[in-house]
Each structure stands twice: as C-alpha cells, then as structure tokens.
Design a protein around this ligand. Structure first.
Ligand code: GLC
Length: 411
C-alpha cells in the first residue's frame, strides 16, 4: 500500500540518518492548523516518537482560518505561556513572530535545499526564525468532466471563465450548481482574492517598502468579483464563504470552478468526495489582456521562545521540515513540497499528478506585502473585499478606501 511504503521509506532513511539525539522523558506540544491534515502530521509524529523513546508529542489544533489561528497564538504568546513548544505559522507570520520575540532562532542555518521563497520568508535579519512545513499557492480547480462534456478548455481569463460557467450551469439545469466559488469572507484568503486580478494587470501593491497602489487596477479587481455575484456566476452570499467552505462545496459536486489552495486536492479525491476522478487543476485566470498570477501561501514551523524544551523542540522541527516528511505530506495530504525535486517524485505524482506542473506556479507566485504592519494591511483589504461583495460599498468606494487606509499604514 502506498502509505505503508512511504512510511517504510521514511523509517529507513531516518535510520540511515544515523545519530539521533537522545531526549529523555520530554513531552512536547505542537500547534497545527486544523485545516491542514492534523491526522497526517500525527502519523509523522508517531514515527518520530518510535525513533525517540522518551519523547511524547501531542497535537493541539484550533481555528479553521489563518487569522483565527493567529488570534489564538497571539493570546498564548502574549501571555508568555510555555505550554506550546512548536507552532505552525502561516508564511505571512514568521517575521512578525520573530519581531515580537515569540520564536527562537535557528541561527545562520543553510536553507539552500528549500524553495527560495520559503528560505526568504523564514530568514529575518540573517537569522533563520522558522523552518518550512509545506509550500502553497492558489489554483483554479475545475470539474474536468463538465468541461469535457461542453467541449471547454480551462479558462485563461476571468471573462472566459464567466462564459464557461454560464454555458455549463445553464446546460446542467441544476439549481444547486454554482459557476464559481471563491473566498469572500473577511478572512486572510480574501487578501489573495483581491490581489489575484490586481496582480494580473501587472501592478504591485508594495515595492521596496513603498506603497505602489494602482487605483484603476484595484477598482477593476473589486468590480470583477462583484460582477460574479451580480450576474449569478457565484452565489449571492459569497461574502460569507471561507476557504474550507469552497473546498466542501466543490467536493460535494456543487461548483464548476473553485479558487483554492493545494490541500483541497486530497479531500476532493477521497472517499467522501462526490467528484473523485472528475477534477482538474490549472493556473488561475488573468484579467483579459493581463498575465496569469497567483498568491504565494505556505506554512512554517517555529519553536516557541517560551518552550522549556528548546533543544528537543528544535530537533522535532528539523524532522518535521525534512524531505521525508515533506514527501509524506505531499503524497498523502496534497500539501505542496518545500523541496523542488519532490515535484518530480513518483510517489507524490501518483497521488497528485498535477504537482508535475505546480513547481513553476509556486516559484512564480507573488508574496503578499512584507511589512511589520502586515496585520493592518490584511485587515484593510479583507474587510473591504467583504464589504464590496456584501453590497455595503461600491467597488470604486472600496478601492478608494483601501488606498486611503493603506497610505496611513505604509507611510
Ligand atoms: C492557505 C495558505 C496561506 C494563506 C491562507 C489564507 O492556508 O497556505 O498562506 O494565508 O490559505 O486563507
């Protein structure tokens, strides 16, 4: 069986790795986002425990969105609470956590084996502050069976997507079938919602720490998303939809096109899925005349500065960030690898064939602005996207508000 084979391979290569630090009777607590396969991380941790008698690792999960998780961790870390030893952090957070003194440094570690974007996101002031857990990007998921039925190719522009969604939903006569699902709730993912069409017009938000906001591109981005609600491509209450809602609705067979991250693949192929074997994954469309662009995601392992088991926690993080674990999570949980050569690995490609084309997407994905005040930038963008989709402000007003508020934050 695939899973067993990989575990055997992991065990074998850990043994080849030789020297295992001996830690006696240590209990470590690891914080894992509930959306990102805690049951599989558990299996990787079981392997670790088997190789390190005396070390017991428990998992704590919480919050189904990136900001809910961050809020929880902010509370724990502000209280200097030593109960969590290892923390999984969204790629946008290591710099902030390091600046707050919440994570311990790994020093000037060699990060060259990882994809450069993650080596960069985890290095602050020349010091490595966290190690990569998994890579991520946003993709266009689509119902391959339905596109084939109507003789439609995966769309390269949002206009093409709109036309394809219309043709398919009209042809299917299924009132539950949505043309497109994306994240309109005021969550971190809505920052990427805004940026996708914005970036595809060739514009950046911040360059060299300075705001380079383009009002026309921003207005067009917000107008595009609102038009999907107004013309019925997306459902009316898209302003209430978070990432895992999109995943569930697509998996239930109620969505033709969906904007989502790589984790959604494994579940869409699982036994609870109505669409197993019927799913395609492609690059996200661009604005007409623009260039396809996507948002860089990913998660990182940090060691809490308040952990009373620093060495043991760091050794565990080295393991969790290793190539064997990256491969295991890719092959079993469709979390994108942080090591470039795993995108060609036969076991990985067997469970997620489209990863063969994903390396280039991840390598060209755009990071959200890097600034110590990222939380405020995020809040401005995601609440505005949400407000426009909910109809409480026009795209034009929304774009103007984003500019005014970002100007105050990024002076
Ligand atoms: C995914 C990405 C993460 C992003 C989040 C937004 O988990 O990996 O970087 O911030 O989605 O919802």
């Amino acid at each position: 069986m695939k899973y067993t084979a990989i575990m055997v391979a992991m065990a074998a290569s850990t043994m080849l790795g030789g020297t295992l630090p001996a830690f006696a009777d240590t209990n470590l607590k690891v914080y894992v986002s509930s959306q990102h396969q805690p049951q599989l991380w558990r299996k990787a941790l079981d392997q670790y425990e088997a190789k390190h008698p005396g070390v017991k690792v428990t998992i704590e999960t919480g919050g189904n969105t990136s900001e809910a998780q961050a809020q929880y961790l902010n509370t724990v870390m502000s209280a200097k609470d030593p109960s969590l030893d290892v923390l999984i952090l969204d790629v946008i957070r290591p710099a902030q956590f390091a600046a707050a003194g919440w994570t311990s440094s790994f020093g000037a570690k060699d990060m060259s084996a990882y994809l450069p974007a993650y080596a960069e996101a985890n290095t602050v002031g020349g010091k490595v502050v966290a190690l990569p857990a998994f890579a991520d990007s946003m993709f266009l998921y689509y119902r391959k069976d339905l596109l084939d039925k109507y003789g439609i190719q995966p769309p390269k522009t949002w206009d093409e997507l709109k036309a394809a969604a219309k043709k398919i939903t009209e042809g299917e006569h299924n009132p539950d079938l949505q043309g497109l699902s994306f994240q309109g709730k005021a969550i971190e993912g809505a920052v990427c919602t805004f940026l996708l069409p914005y970036w595809s017009q060739g514009k950046n938000l911040v360059e060299n720490g300075k705001l380079t906001y383009d009002m026309t591109a921003a207005t067009k981005s917000l107008e595009l998303w609102k038009s999907f609600v107004d013309d019925g491509t997306a459902k009316k209450n898209i302003a209430e939809v978070a990432t895992d809602d999109t995943r569930k609705e697509f998996q239930a067979g109620n969505v033709v096109f969906a904007v989502n991250w790589s984790y959604a693949w494994a579940q869409s192929q699982g036994k609870d899925s109505a669409v197993a074997g019927k799913v395609g994954v492609a690059r996200l469309p661009a604005m007409t005349g623009g260039t396809q662009a996507t948002c860089l995601g990913g998660w990182e392992w940090g060691v809490s500065a308040y952990s009373t088991h620093q060495d043991e926690a760091k050794a565990l993080v080295e393991y969790l960030s290793s190539k064997d674990v990256s491969k295991f999570m890719a092959a079993n949980g469709s979390l994108l690898p942080t090591y470039p050569d795993l995108y060609k690995d036969a076991d990985v490609l067997k469970s997620a064939p489209w990863f063969a084309n994903a390396l280039d997407v991840v390598q060209t994905a755009k990071p959200r602005p890097v600034t110590p005040r990222y939380n405020e930038v995020s809040e401005v963008i995601r609440t505005t996207v949400n407000g426009v989709l909910a109809g409480v402000m026009t795209p034009k007003d929304g774009a103007a508000q984003i500019e005014a508020r970002l100007k105050r934050i990024l002076r």
